[in-house]
Write a protein that binds this ligand. Sequence first.
Ligand code: ADE
Length: 416
Amino acid sequence: MSKVKDPKLAEQGLKNIEFAEREMDALLKVRERFTKEKPLKGVRIGICLHITKETAVLIETLIAGGAEVTACSCNPLSTQDDVAAALAKKGIEVYAYKGESKEDYYKFLNKVIEFKPQITIDDGCDLVTEIHSKHKDLIEGVIGGAEETSTGVIRLRAMEKDNALKYPVIAVNDNKTKHLLDNYIGTGQSTIDGILRGTNILLAGKNAVVAGYGDCGKGVALRLRGMGANVIITEVNPFRAVQAVYDGYRVMPMDEAAKIGNVFITVTGNKHVIKTEHISTMKDGAILANSGHFDVEIDYSGLKQIALEAREIRPLVEEFTLKNGNKVLVLAQGRLCNLSLAEGHPSAVMATSFCGQALACEYLVKNKGKLPPKVITLPEELDNEIAGLQLEALETEIDELDQKQIEYLNSWKEST
Ligand code: ADE
């Protein structure tokens, strides 16, 4: 039996799923093929992803391929309750509501585990780690897993290094059609969307500090600049810092940026990138938002301890009064602001990310028993196939190499 906030929301959820499909042609093409070929016939897939309209399109694609699916959310604040209700109405088992307690979060994760998944799909690696630490008996029956996000892949690599990973997991995040589109284009737009839906502040003229200049940070910085903000980057990686300087941004340590920023966005994948020492020096009215996977990038609990007062001034916008009288605002309790305050990445971006998930499941089934218990990258042909499907969806054609060019690329004898 599913657990959702309100089954009556299903009608809007169904419409939203249909609306997402309009922008997800590439994934629908995969669904069309899956419907005919049934590559996932009878396979139990346990899903721990953000429960959004795009995830619903993925779930229905997996089911079209013959899979049985049970799903929970990978984040307590990201569930779209209407979508969860719609999935439940369609008879898909789903355990998720927006604002889940920690207790319910783990209860729901364990509902997916009770389903004895043969494939796990994670966004952040919680399903894999829960199975590996508390349900080792299930590992034997697992064909493999697929991981959506950078943070999850980092955790998986740490497990692999410790010899703790006991089944193969495909790092979908490492597909070019994932991190170079979703992390860059998707996080760029959806983060701005979350900040604006939460606060409706004018970004033009503001000092916007982006912590982290990976694919996500690059996207966020680019879109902020497009909105007229003065963008400042903080980094720990010297190469990325050089890239940021050459892209025309000011780069400085957080100690300095903290004093001049109006808006702060963390996208590092690390913890306590904004510490209470930084917050204490911030200007009155500074806004703090996170778009990294976990809620650890801003020291939110430290802030709660040093603040004199706290109140929710708008939904999911908390105002903290500091000892010096300044007020700072934190969005979505330091959780992903794009999925908590807005709707996450746009459907068109999720289309290619989720083609990666669907093809990863098919790849795991085709290679059942043959893959090592390691972090695995999908073959480049599959990544290129996804890009091809998206080009088709974008009605864009490209050139092909002719025979002479192929020979040229494969030869070493030709020169000036
Ligand atoms: N991650 C970021 N945006 C998302 C979305 N719209 N659906 C599922 N996962 C996401």
